[in-house]
Design a protein around this ligand. Structure first.
Ligand code: FAD
Ligand code: NAI
Length: 466
């Protein structure tokens, strides 16, 4: 078969790219090695983790807040199997949705592992061992990423788990040790703590969530500690002894020194993800990768081999579904001769814990390092009417605006529903808004978004409700 475009991988990068290319009139095929479409995000990432975060948050809320609101339901009882079914149904609905969209857009789907045999040629091997070769004018590599492993620590996905195993535990562990205070560690650590586990997080650095604004992280760590998560910063796990009934993890200071043993029933290894290019045949065709194994591309997502492009987790940049999606759209438009583009300065980042953390643009530390003069406007949720009536007053909104032009350079939110609220900031920044633009925009009352307006007012020191 001959196509205009073959996309290898059906995650948020790949399937979105295929649909945009089909909209632009191309004949498109998607090659996927797994049984279902949607990649990491839909099968073992964003979607199942958010389902468990949602369900476990409701579980905790029922136990803690309902009584205060005058709703007497007694002590909630956990039916973990039913919660897992709730999650699986969400995944099922989403992966079927992608299959429907691919069909609707008349995109051919080929089940099997794709290997670039030559520029314009993709050999697909099915699980049964059958192989066929497809031809195309362009190939997009959208093969995503895989779990990063710790040397000497074997992930069995039962007791020593990656995020994939942590999404399917059949029993709440009494003690869970999380290696890495990044997004996965804090989201899935929160899930299992809410369901009853005693959670300790061991982090190599002296702070949680590297890359996120320091002030946000400091307050967030205090909130998580109040919720019961323990942290051991500047520390590393060097070994896990899995011989006994309980796991024994050796934990050392990051700089080296005496080790201590921490016992746990489950160890979650969440120290990052690595690009996935296994079996793609990159070396054979000469596609260049960098020292982290990421496929190297230019600003048009083109690799060094003509007609071969790459997007999503397999290239540099934040490993986020919406970043992969936007690159999918951009590369399809570029291949069609249009001016596809991704604005990397305005990619929102959300951690779906409670409260949520959401940010877009630069942090204070980044602006200081770049020597940019800026003003700060901050507004706490303790002064927001809606947060007060909901009894959800943890957190704040912080807006960083250029000292000379007032242009918004970064927005950082810790608070309930921060992930939805950050969209306003992203739109404002895409349009080059000043903080005054946000401050003069009418925000509905009573909503949490009024805290965004108040933070914008606070940039010019004229907040009303504080
Ligand atoms: P992937 O989604 O990894 O898809 C790649 C696809 O390619 C896979 O289906 C794979 O089977 C297929 N493939 C690989 N090699 C071949 C081959 N040779 N032939 C055929 N098929 C192949 N991001 C967010 O933005 N928000 C979140 O809330 C979020 N939560 C996450 C939670 C967890 C637990 C994890 C692990 C990740 C989360 N992410 C989240 C990150 C997000 O999942 C990724 O950024 C996103 O999936 C990347 O999309 P992609 O299309 O580049 O790759
Ligand atoms: P991460 O990069 O977010 O965090 C990994 C953490 O582990 C870092 O804090 C790092 O300093 C620490 N670390 C590394 N080696 C260590 C060691 N040996 N000992 C102790 N700590 C160590 O990676 P994570 O959490 O695994 O997530 C992977 C990716 O998935 C993220 O980069 C993110 O892009 C994506 N993701 C996004 C989500 C979202 O958008 N809400 C949710 C989950 C994942």
């Amino acid at each position: 078969m001959s196509y205009d475009l073959i996309v290898i991988g059906s995650g948020p990068g790949g399937y979105v790219c295929a649909i945009r290319a089909a909209q632009l009139g191309m004949k498109v095929a998607v090659v996927e090695k797994d049984k279902t479409f949607g990649g990491t995000c839909l099968n073992v990432g964003c979607i199942p983790s958010k389902a468990l975060l949602h369900a476990s948050e409701r579980y905790e809320e029922t136990g803690q807040l309902f009584d205060k609101m005058g709703i007497k339901v007694g002590k909630p009882k956990l039916d973990l199997a039913a919660m897992m079914k709730f999650k699986d149904e969400g995944v099922d609905g989403n992966v079927k949705g992608v299959a429907y969209l691919l069909k609707k857009n008349k995109i051919d789907t080929v089940q099997g592992t794709g290997r670039i045999a030559a520029p314009g040629k993709v050999e697909v091997k099915s699980a049964g061992g059958k192989s066929e070769t497809l031809e195309a004018k362009a190939i997009v590599i959208a093969t995503g990423s895989d779990v990063a492993r710790l040397p000497g620590i074997d992930i069995d996905e039962k007791r020593i788990v990656s995020s994939t195993g942590a999404l399917v535990l059949d029993k709440v562990p009494e003690r869970m040790l999380v290696v890495g205070a990044g997004v996965i560690g804090l989201e899935l650590g929160s899930v299992w703590r809410r369901l009853g586990a005693d959670v300790i997080v061991v982090e190599f650095l002296d702070r949680i969530l590297p890359g996120i604004d320091n002030e946000v992280c400091r307050q967030f760590q205090r909130i998580l500690e109040r919720q019961g998560i323990k942290f051991k910063l500047s520390s590393k796990v060097t070994a896990v002894d899995a011989n006994g009934k309980t796991l024994k993890a050796s934990v050392e200071p990051a700089a080296g020194g005496a080790a201590e043993t921490i016992e746990a029933d489950v160890v979650l290894v969440s120290i990052g993800r690595v690009p996935y290019t296994e079996g793609l045949g990159l070396e054979g065709v000469g596609v260049r990768t960098d020292n982290k194994g990421r496929v190297m591309v230019d600003e048009h997502f083109a690799t060094n081999v003509p007609g071969v492009y790459a997007i999503g987790d397999v290239i540099a940049g934040p490993m986020l579904a919406h970043k992969a999606e936007d690159e999918g759209v951009a590369v399809a438009e570029i291949i069609a001769g249009q001016a596809g583009h991704v604005n990397y300065d305005v990619i929102p980042n959300v951690v779906y814990t409670f409260p949520e953390i959401a940010s877009v643009g630069k942090s204070e530390e980044e602006l200081k390092a770049a020597g940019v003069a800026f003003n700060v406007g901050k507004f706490p949720f303790t002064a927001n009417g809606r947060a007060k009536i909901n009894h959800q007053t943890d957190g704040f909104v912080k807006i960083l605006a250029d000292a000379k032009t007032d242009r918004v350079l970064g927005v950082h939110i810790v608070g309930a529903d921060a992930g939805n609220m950050i969209a306003e900031a992203a739109v404002a920044m895409e349009f080059g808004a000043a903080s005054e633009d946000i401050a003069r925009t009418c925000h509905a009352h009573p909503t949490l978004t009024e805290a965004v307006k108040e933070a914008a007012l606070a940039v010019a020191k004229r907040s009303i409700n504080m």
